[in-house]
Design a protein around this ligand. Structure first.
Ligand code: RET
Length: 260
């Protein structure tokens, strides 16, 4: 039963706070003068939101202990059975805001005509709404699973969350990629690169969840917090910087009218 924030966890959470804050500043600096300014804004807020939520966790305000106690009266006395675990609920507040912003970054590369009017653009907005909706439910149901002590409840939520994850993957690898490919080599290459990186990084989250204290408990909470910090920094700061530099390069190769 892991019910205490250890000093190793605290150190990693401070590393996360500092890394996200520095990442937010780096994104503002690298994105200066870019044409697609929305990438600079969304990537900045991804890191800024994460910095605040890491600060919450580092100060010991972003976790709760979920526990369940049952009493059994037997002929030899009264026995108490207590199960408890520490859950960093702040992660899910972070993810519920940052994952839609990350997806929006990817989608605005793949669905460039999102801002143009007409029937096609409405279809694309439907696609965006579907992906963001699935993403929010993926995180919310993941939180329900993390808060579950009963293992049946926990794995039911895990499967539901994976279902929404699968829906996101089908949409970003299917119709959104087709739209990116239709826009020519430059957009297709950037979209495919970002899509590949996002998919590999995002797959680590459910695996870590399953191995960590939310799932089977095969790895300690110390390891889990350390790995989550490294993956979070890569998926937010690393992805944001790639998106900004890639988008800058792309608009540099397009005519000003095409880049609008
Ligand atoms: C959960 C619960 C178990 C099932 C699944 C999950 C997926 C989480 C993902 C999180 C991505 C987070 C990112 C954060 C920011 O950088 C919620 C762990 C499928 C994919 C990218």
């Amino acid at each position: 039963m892991e019910t205490m924030m250890t000093s190793s966890q605290e150190t990693w959470l401070w590393i996360g706070t500092a890394g996200m804050a520095l990442g937010a500043i780096a994104i503002l600096a690298v994105g200066r003068g870019m044409v697609e300014t929305h990438h600079r804004v969304t990537s900045f807020f991804v890191c800024a939101i994460a910095a605040c939520l890491y600060l919450l966790m580092a100060q010991g305000q972003g976790d709760i202990i979920v526990s369940k106690a049952s009493l059994a009266i037997t002929p030899i006395g009264v026995g108490a059975d207590v199960t408890a675990k520490l859950v960093y609920f702040a992660r899910y507040i972070d993810w519920i805001f940052t994952t839609p912003l990350l997806l929006l970054g990817l989608l605005t590369v793949g669905l460039k005509a999102l801002t143009t009017s007409g029937e096609q653009s409405r279809e694309r907005l439907g696609l965006v709404a579907g992906i963001i909706g699935a993403d929010i439910l993926m995180i919310l149901t993941g939180l329900f699973g993390a808060l579950s002590l009963d293992s049946t409840h926990k794995y039911v939520w895990f499967i539901v969350s994976c279902g929404f994850f699968l829906a996101i993957l089908v949409l970003i690898w299917g119709p959104v990629r087709a739209s990116a490919v239709a826009q020519g080599e430059g957009v297709a290459a950037l979209y495919t690169k970002l899509l590949g990186i996002l998919t590999v990084l995002w797959f680590i989250y459910p695996i870590l969840w399953l191995l960590g204290t939310e799932g089977t408990g095969s790895i300690s909470l110390n390891t889990e917090v350390a790995v989550f910090t490294i993956i979070d920094l890569t998926a937010k700061v690393g992805f944001g910087l790639l998106l900004i530099t890639g988008s800058k390069k792309l608009s540099g190769t397009q005519s000003p009218a095409a880049a609008q």
